[in-house]
Design a protein around this ligand. Sequence first.
Ligand code: FAD
Ligand code: NAP
Ligand code: SF4
Length: 681
Amino acid sequence: MATQSAPHPRYPRVFSPLDLGFTQIRNRILMGSMHTGLEDIEGGFERMAEYFAARARGGVGMIITGGIAPNHEGSGGGKLSTPEEAAQHRIVTEAVHAVAADVKIVLQILHAGPLAQTPACVAPSAIRSRIGRFVPNELDADGIEKQLADFANCTAQAKAAGYDGVEIIGSAGYLLSTFLVEKTNQRSDEWGGSFENRMRFPVEVIRRCRAAVGDDFIIIFRIPAMDMLEGGMSGDEVIQLAQAVEAAGATIISTHFTWHEAQVPTIATMVPRAAFAEVTGRIRQHVRVPMITSNRINMPDVAEQVLAAGHADLVSMARPMLADADLVNKAFEGREDEINTCIACNQACLDHTFTGRLTSCLVNPKACHETLLVAKPAATARDIAVVGAGPAGLAFAVEAAQRGHKITIYEAASEIGGQFNLAKRVPGKEEFHETIRYFNRMIEKLGIALKLNTRVDADMLMAAGHDEVVMATGIRPRVPDLPGIDHPKAVGYIDAILGRKPVGRRVAIMGAGGIGFDVATLITHAGPSAAVDIATFCREWGVDFAGHPRGGVTGVPIQIEKADREVVILQRRDGAPGKTLGRTTGWTHRLSLVRRGVKMIGGVTYLKIDDDGLHCLVNGVPQLFAVDTVIVCAGQLPERALHDELARRGAVVHLIGGANEAAELDAKRAIAEATELALAC
Ligand code: FAD
Ligand code: NAP
Ligand code: SF4
């Protein structure tokens, strides 16, 4: 990364080094810890080395690895407790330090406590977590001593492996945090009871780790700044803990929000940018060590604002570093409009983690696949037409142009983005604008020819004489074969989203996939979007950042401003609708709609639509939904007639995205397919 002596004109705080006394961090942006799954697969450390090295080259000041347990019982994945295990980590630390000696790499030590995926898991009390697999084994005095020794050993092994420090996670419902609250710590010895006793274990962990490595080693403590639990930690207790870990030898304190089991979204798309930063700022007034803030800080101007407001000394960006490895350099060089922004969808990162798949990124499928998806200059530059400027066509065009191909995009609409232009209208999906901004800028930068308002046919394409054609023509909505589907009450989801047809007060939504839920969100919405308004977010999710009641949660009934509509979401499948939504975000969509009074019914057979409404059988029993509007969200079919015609005429033609396969299509698959094709052609 370039260096400069004068303050950076746009981001003076982001690009000022942080002096820790014994060492310096080159700027104020760090890559937060994310589990990738790479540590658990063969050859994973080599892949991890390149994954982190790419971010080091991209300018980040400090990298925190995914969580590694200090022992078997704390494991949700790999562990670090022996010199042999430390030797594997050397591959990673050496790769990062080879990029630049002053970029720091820090190992996160994660003892999952009752959330560890092993019956040997341990906790202060034998209380099973709402989301844990096992009842944990209650630690006795020897057990506690063993855990403390294991933390210290892991820290020493991290130092031997070449790390610049460790981050100890003391939040999220993992071991350390379960000591902190009465809900999970019901001990009556010196490790339980008063708050002073309950915080003894995390503080002792820091003290032991410091003793194991001496002064010139970074120790970050991740504090549960707001655990979002009813009866959770008070603001005063958080400050008391921060001061105690500082005194015990922490170099930096990093704020973490929520336990995994809490019902407040903290990183999903509907969370406003930097919503939690003021909580960090309040704790920062009570400690001398630098503080890190995090959560939904996805662009450099947001990081600069957070630092300027005095909320933190360092800003953690985790998922944004998956989305764009070069984010920091792009900011430094004034190329912010080239940043491929994290849209907080969780679809390829956290949803993968929680379903045992390797982490990647919806907008950047190369993330965690750096050694497999490698862009090399094309052997022969070819003239390639891309039909359709949805996510698939755009991702192909940008990747292929970067490799040296001559690209022309034909798009029937007046703007690029495809279905993202529908998605971005849904409250909570405002970030989708960023993806479109990114692609617009890259088209301009790479000199890609863009022909908007141009619906091409086979004759036009054959006449244009391109070497190859990539069909990214997307989908057309499925129209169920149902009596009355052409009745004026029946409205397709595109017309409903674009407001091209009126939607009445009583609405049935036919289809409960992602689009059915998004349409329900859109038509029940009123007032500002919680995703861009922190006060609305607090009201909708029962959070009080300023007052910091116990856990940060108010406990008062949720207040949601909503449209005057009665809405029911229907699906043919048995069971509760919403099961196909994202693993880590589906619950937020379901809960938010239930709180808006939306009803959800499965086991429906549609019979007909007429002047009275939608006639169905619900679990075999006739039922009339007397609605004004039936919005059809019944999935999609591939739009590929043009492909078939071109192939018939002998053109070299490829199919990607929805045009290839509409079933279970999402933007993740569309972009990944496009990227793989662009790297291969
Ligand atoms: P499309 O986005 O459909 O793009 C196809 C493009 O081709 C269109 O712009 C069309 O105008 C153009 N075209 C077609 N024929 C021609 C022609 N003959 N000549 C020129 N141009 C042509 N996915 C997710 O992963 N996460 C989400 O949260 C999400 N939310 C969504 C919310 C809504 C409301 C909607 C509608 C979709 C959502 N999706 C989401 C789905 C996602 O947008 C699609 O999977 C993705 O857009 C598919 O990309 P694509 O490029 O294959 O097709
Ligand atoms: P979808 O998830 O496949 O859902 C389609 C719905 O229509 C289902 O509820 C299906 O359930 C119903 N259906 C299918 N055939 C039908 C028929 N012939 N008659 C009546 N109902 C029928 O598709 P989608 O909601 O259109 O979304 C498209 C893609 O966009 C999805 O794959 C999704 O991943 C993506 N997306 C994602 C998000 C997100 O937040 N992650 C948001 C929006 C869209 P039954 O058959 O049980 O009725
Ligand atoms: Fe961000 Fe979505 Fe990529 Fe995860 S998958 S890093 S949330 S854009």
